[in-house]
Design a protein around this ligand. Sequence first.
Ligand code: NAP
Length: 256
Amino acid sequence: MKLGFIGTGALSSAIVTGLKTLPGDTTSVILSPRNEAIAAGLAARFADVTVAADNQAVLDASDMVMLGVRPQIARDVLPGLRFRPDHHVVSLIATFSCAEIAAMVGPVKRLTKALPMPMIAIRKGPTILFPPDPEVAAFFGRLGNAIEVTSESEFDALSVATATYASYFKYLETIHGWLKDHGVEENKGRDYVSSLSAALGQAPETTPESFAHLAADYATRGGINEQVLRELTEHGTFERLKESLGGIHRRITAAS
Ligand SMILES: NC(=O)c1ccc[n+]([C@@H]2O[C@H](COP(=O)([O-])OP(=O)(O)OC[C@H]3O[C@@H](n4cnc5c(N)ncnc54)[C@H](OP(=O)(O)O)[C@@H]3O)[C@@H](O)[C@H]2O)c1
């Protein structure tokens, strides 16, 4: 496959890194020249990765084209490019509906929306896909976990969950900061919290039980987990989180 990228920024770079560190991968990757430093760095690091002269040259050399530009740049740039009917376009642009992208890529018949996360660079994490497409599912399945959905509203709802990363790290930072304030050496505390979060992250994969069941399992009656859970619940922490998710959902659906 000849895989082009329009926009070589953080997400495109993560996808190329995940792909090209796969043992035996032979995909030809053609990058647009912006960002110049990122594109040149990827081309220097990996075989079969080249930087095209401009965006049109990316399209001309590709079968599948990933759109990795920000929304406003997409509006400015895509309508001026000559897409072919046989191009398979995969849009990474979080806020655009399929209809909006279709309007910008002319004769293209095959269009998929994909929402990976940055950890795709180490082939971890989910990528949401709409509409289902076996080739794109196989591509992202090699780079983590491909989650196909059959409606754009389900895609939008799932994409709300991608707004929680920063708060997740703030939660870990709060625990780490508390440990430091109580005499735990900084690196030791970081190692401990990282290892703890990695281990807890595995727990749902070891059981078919619901998250509610896991929370109940870990909250031994009268124990310290039960106390923190009860106090955070009483403070409205989880209701606030739900309100924030609702706000993100309204923002995403209004944008698309
Ligand atoms: N990062 C994520 O985790 C993530 C997750 C989900 C979805 N997305 C979506 O993915 C898209 C890219 O996000 P990103 O985080 O990778 O953004 P980014 O790091 O800003 O990358 C966008 C790239 O587009 C380049 N660019 C600017 N003008 C261009 C042009 N005329 N032609 C070609 N390329 C041009 C920029 O180059 P310069 O640096 O030279 O301006 C930049 O390298 C966005 O639409 C975003 O919604 C991102």
